[in-house]
Design a protein around this ligand. Structure first.
Ligand SMILES: Cc1cc2nc3c(=O)[nH]c(=O)nc-3n(C[C@H](O)[C@H](O)[C@H](O)COP(=O)(O)OP(=O)(O)OC[C@H]3O[C@@H](n4cnc5c(N)ncnc54)[C@H](O)[C@@H]3O)c2cc1C
Ligand code: FES
Length: 342
């Protein structure tokens, strides 16, 4: 069975962070089911809305230390968005939702002690606030310049907490930049080289973590590399799922058998078809848990007992897991008959 099957969690509190952002706290119901994450990682949450299941990825915004199955996500209301609209309007304390294990490569390395530069655009602050909270909890005195960009002061997130954090831990320096109407503690400024030069001299020498809209991150990446920053010191996290991995056109008659050892199901899989599509198309109605269908979230991770696959993932599985024989069913196509542990 997959290690990434959803666990049931209860919504234990809902807090307004700004006019269009809420933080939701969850507690994993099964105390035996230990929930662990690294600051910066995300979970896939399963919502049932008007009878239909919708899965979305959300970064864990709380710190990992002593979490004991309790964690938060911080969600912006996307106008017209199915899940975020429901979460903002309908989700109530006591609701039960499915939550995947945490995954993702966007987290701080414990070995590196270089000065840090955090660049947040809008709700992209979530992995970075988790990292800052984790460093605070660990008592790490890492020199961290934390720049948050938002449209107006009303859109800034966690401002009071960051100011209090920097008072208690002067090694963390927050900067609040807004496109207009700056107030006390914030300044008008946009993401460009002169802003960075004036706020953080030598910014390109820092280990940099950036999260925000894709155009914002590509601007930051270009600035960083253009100034001579080392590519290995630049890290970013996108909230936009990559386009689904394109299936090879089904022009070949070559076909393989994909077997589920525990469910005792054999399904026909055409060359170029994904394992998950073949299983779902087979009679019997067996469904492999999935969310992003893009090789990102890790929800469809299963152990491969035999056979060869071509896996085109987007970060939802680690090299170690691949070495241990796991595959992502949503983005793996067979190169031979395959047996999965499910
Ligand atoms: C790794 C990862 C981490 C993430 N972390 C976070 C996080 O910490 N916080 C966060 O807020 N989000 C996060 N996201 C984004 C999140 O997963 C959702 O994509 C987001 O909440 C929108 O979901 P939705 O169901 O509301 O929108 P969807 O229904 O999926 O719609 C997608 C987009 O289309 C627009 N849209 C849809 N229908 C209409 C319509 N009728 N009219 C106009 N526009 C429309 C919506 O505004 C929305 O922006 C993360 C995503 C990833 C991949
Ligand atoms: S469903 Fe997300 S990685 Fe497969």
């Amino acid at each position: 069975m997959s290690s990434s099957t959803f666990s049931q969690a209860t919504c234990t509190s809902i807090t307004d962070e700004s006019w269009n952002v809420k933080t939701v706290e969850f507690t994993i119901d099964d105390a035996e089911n230990s929930f662990e994450f690294k600051a910066g990682q995300y979970v896939t949450v399963e919502f049932t809305i008007q009878g239909a299941t919708h899965c979305r990825c959300y970064t864990v915004s709380s710190e990992p230390q002593g979490c004991g199955g309790v964690f938060t996500i911080t969600v912006k209301h996307s106008v017209g968005g199915v899940v975020s609209t429901w979460l903002h309007r309908e989700l109530a304390v006591g609701a039960k939702l499915g939550v995947s294990r945490a995954t993702g490569d966007f987290h701080l390395s414990n070995d590196v002690v270089e000065p840090l530069l955090f660049i947040a655009g809008g709700v992209g602050i979530t992995p970075l606030i988790s990292m800052a909270r984790a460093m605070r909890a660990a008592g790490l005195g890492r020199d961290t310049q934390f720049l948050q960009f938002a449209r107006t002061p009303a859109d800034l997130l966690f401002r009071d907490e960051l100011l209090a954090m920097s008072k208690a831990h002067p090694e963390i320096t927050p900067h609040f930049l807004v496109s207009r109407d700056a107030d006390t503690n914030s300044i008008n400024g946009r993401l460009n080289a002169s802003t960075l030069d004036s706020m953080v001299p030598g910014w390109h020498l820092r280990s940099t973590y950036c999260c925000g809209p894709d155009s914002f991150m590509s601007d930051m990446r270009e600035l960083f590399l253009g100034r001579g920053g080392q590519p290995g010191r630049y890290h970013q996290e996108s909230f936009v799922l990559p386009a689904e991995v394109k299936a090879v056109p089904l022009i070949t008659a070559e076909r393989f058998t994909v077997s589920l050892a525990l469910s005792k199901l054999d399904s026909v899989c055409l060359k170029g078809e994904t394992l998950i599509d073949a299983v779902h198309a087979a009679p019997g109605g067996i469904k492999i848990p999935n969310a992003c269908r893009s090789g990102v979230c890790g929800t469809c991770k299963l152990r491969k007992l035999s056979g060869e696959v071509d896996m085109q993932h987007n970060g939802g599985i680690t090299e170690e897991e691949v070495d241990e024989g796991f595959v992502l069913a949503c983005c793996s196509t067979p190169l031979s008959d395959v047996v999965l542990e499910y």
